[in-house]
Design a protein around this ligand. Structure first.
Ligand code: PAF
Length: 286
């Protein structure tokens, strides 16, 4: 099947209507473009699960803070198109900001979807005020536009995934959220579109982020379950050019912070390398 790029909401709706009439299942992979192997795994999973896979490519202005990288975020539609096609997508939905937010002059002009405060008053939400409101708003809009049966999200953005699952359940949105495993480079570095900002030297330093998570995982396997000790173990392997923003430990089911790893949990890190903000996480305590 040839891949079609659609920019207009009305056009996409017509195409989806036809597919639904034919009884086809729809999978959505929401992205901001600059697709890499992590996205490829989501698209592949969607095309194995659904008849039709739609990849949205939209750098969503309302999830970026005023001092963040909205303007410089890489826009690479031509290579995105190729990667999406190779992994079985049928459609790319690549709207303009004006299509998605017509007449928007400022954030306060649009209806926003806000997740519960306790889920944003932690981890990435602490430093990225309003970020998850922006994510929930655009994801809700994409769900309403595409009306997918399934939507595929990577576990690298673990807080985002948890918040989207909660939002979908709380708002009774009829879509099944499919979590997909985090994908790493052979070196261990978690794949991210923001890795394109890193020099070779930065990448070397950034490796200590995943190394610190592997160290935590090994320590838990060796019986260390106190998160204060695990925090110190992680910090001990962090490269001096890495500035950690947080290392947090949460329950995998409830996303509540934990002090002891005595249940399935997640260790999550956000850190800056040469001002590039990276996130990573690992499952522990099984
Ligand atoms: O994870 C992302 O790339 C974005 O936050 C998402 C889910 C596409 C919403 O803009």
């Amino acid at each position: 099947m040839n891949l079609v790029v659609v920019n207009k909401i009305t056009e996409l709706r017509e195409i989806i209507k036809q597919y639904k009439k034919e009884g086809k299942t729809i999978g959505l992979v929401p992205t901001m473009g600059c697709l890499h192997k992590g996205h490829a795994s989501l698209i592949k999973k969607s095309s194995q699960t659904c008849d039709i896979t739609v990849v949205s490519v939209f750098v969503n202005p309302v999830q970026f803070g005023p001092n963040e990288d909205y303007d410089k975020y890489p826009r690479t539609l031509e290579s995105d198109r190729q990667l999406a096609a190779e992994n079985g997508a049928c459609l790319i939905f690549a709207p303009s900001a004006a299509q998605m937010y017509p007449g928007m002059l400022k954030f306060s002009d649009i209806t926003m979807v806000a997740p519960p405060f306790k889920l944003v008053d932690m981890m990435c939400g602490k430093s990225r005020t309003g970020h998850f409101d922006g994510v929930c708003t655009v994801v809700t809009k994409l769900f309403n536009i595409v009306q997918p049966d399934y939507a595929f999200f990577g576990m690298k953005d673990i807080q985002q995934l948890y918040i989207i699952k909660k939002m979908t359940a709380d708002l009774n949105i009829p879509v099944e959220i499919v979590p997909c495993p985090l994908v790493r480079e052979e070196s261990g570095l978690a794949l991210s579109s923001r890795n394109t900002y890193l020099s070779d030297a930065d990448k070397k330093s950034a490796l200590s982020i995943s190394q610190s998570l592997f160290t935590i995982q090994n320590a838990v396997k060796n019986g260390i379950i106190d998160t204060k000790k695990l925090f110190d173990t992680a910090m001990a392997v962090m490269d001096r050019n890495v500035e950690p923003e947080y290392i947090e430990f949460v329950d995998r089911e409830t996303f509540e912070p934990v002090e002891q790893i005595d249940r399935p949990s997640i260790a999550a890190i956000a850190a800056r390398v040469n001002s590039v903000r990276l996130i990573d996480n690992i499952l522990i305590g099984d």
